[in-house]
Design a binder for this molecule. Structure first.
Ligand SMILES: C[S@@+](CC[C@H](N)C(=O)[O-])C[C@H]1O[C@@H](n2cnc3c(N)ncnc32)[C@H](O)[C@@H]1O
Length: 290
């Protein structure tokens, strides 16, 4: 396969370029996480203790679980819902502390890993394949988590759906922790296009292929789209990755609209102090008792 005219070229398109996709016009997250080649690459990142493209470093996850157990009010026998659990890096650590975990994920490959580990170690964790936007989340959970800023990959309508579903899945008083991409992150992005053979060193498909990476920014929404077009001998595939950078007050409004309680803010899901100038923060909310 021959690379096209933009091979190796990175350009800044500038404002006013045509072809800007409508915000949240496509959602390909399940296809990304279930692609045979890509899901293998992502699982390798998850399992590398220091790599951060898929999960946080494992020493951070250890610290995070230590903080989350008391913060979520969990004890032996408590029930935790892990949304987008991936290969169970959090879920199986909680389960090893006697917490009954239900992990939900779209990725078959990640869930197979998580389930095999839980089975091998006789951990009280079960895993269910499906989208947390539509599948059965169960009810009566003591707490829920959604970790790695996945909240910000969703459209406002999807976030509203998710929060309503989380509220219904929690027992009254149940707690929910998730992390968010903060508004200061938006300034790091510019419109650009790169086209090159085997874009990102074979991440997207078995070489040879040609990959085009477009970045589109939407300043009024603090929204970024990374769109990847992957051309292989077998055909062309497109992956859309949205990231909406949010301010704490926007998250608070979304929680209130879904009937969840006024949030507490932290710097991350290990309980670091909240910093309004940081590019990420974490949120703790509750389903009201009544
Ligand atoms: C970046 S990984 C983070 C995994 C895990 N929370 C962690 O921090 O190790 C995001 C995970 O969310 C899953 N995911 C994305 N969208 C989802 C959806 N709509 N429903 C269920 N799982 C989803 C992906 O398959 C992937 O395993």
């Amino acid at each position: 396969m021959q690379p096209g005219p933009y091979a190796g070229l990175v350009t800044s398109r500038g404002a006013g370029s045509g072809g800007r996709p409508d915000p949240f016009s496509e959602y390909t997250t399940p296809e990304f996480w279930n692609d045979e080649h890509i899901s293998g690459q992502m699982l390798r990142f998850h399992l590398d203790p220091m790599a951060e493209p898929a999960s946080r470093a494992h020493h951070f996850i250890d610290r995070s679980v230590d903080w989350l157990i008391p913060t979520l009010g969990l004890a032996t026998g408590s029930r935790l819902l892990d949304l987008g659990c991936g290969p169970g890096l959090y879920a199986n650590r909680f389960a090893a502390r006697g917490i009954q975990v239900l992990g939900i994920d779209v990725s078959r490959r990640s869930l197979d890993f998580a389930g095999a580990e839980a089975h091998c170690r006789s951990l009280p964790a079960t895993f269910r394949q499906g989208s947390y936007l539509s599948c059965d989340l169960g009810t009566g959970h003591d707490a829920a988590i959604l970790i790695y800023e996945d909240y910000c990959a969703l459209s406002p309508a999807q976030r509203a759906t998710l929060l309503t579903r989380v509220r219904a899945a929690l027992r009254p008083g149940g707690r929910f922790v998730f992390d968010v991409t903060g508004e200061p992150r938006f300034s790091q992005y510019r419109d650009a296009i790169t086209r090159e053979p085997n874009l990102m060193d074979g991440f997207w498909a078995e070489p040879p292929y040609v990959g085009t990476h477009e970045t589109w920014t939407y300043p009024d929404l603090h929204l970024v789209l990374d769109k990847y077009l992957i051309e292989t001998q077998a055909g062309t595939r497109c992956f859309w990755n949205w990231m909406q950078c949010l301010a704490p007050r926007e998250v608070a409004a979304e929680l209130a609209a879904a009937g969840l309680g006024r949030p507490d803010y932290f710097g991350d899901v290990a309980g670091t102090r909240f910093d309004p100038s940081a590019t990420t923060f974490a949120v703790l909310t509750r389903r009201p008792e009544q």
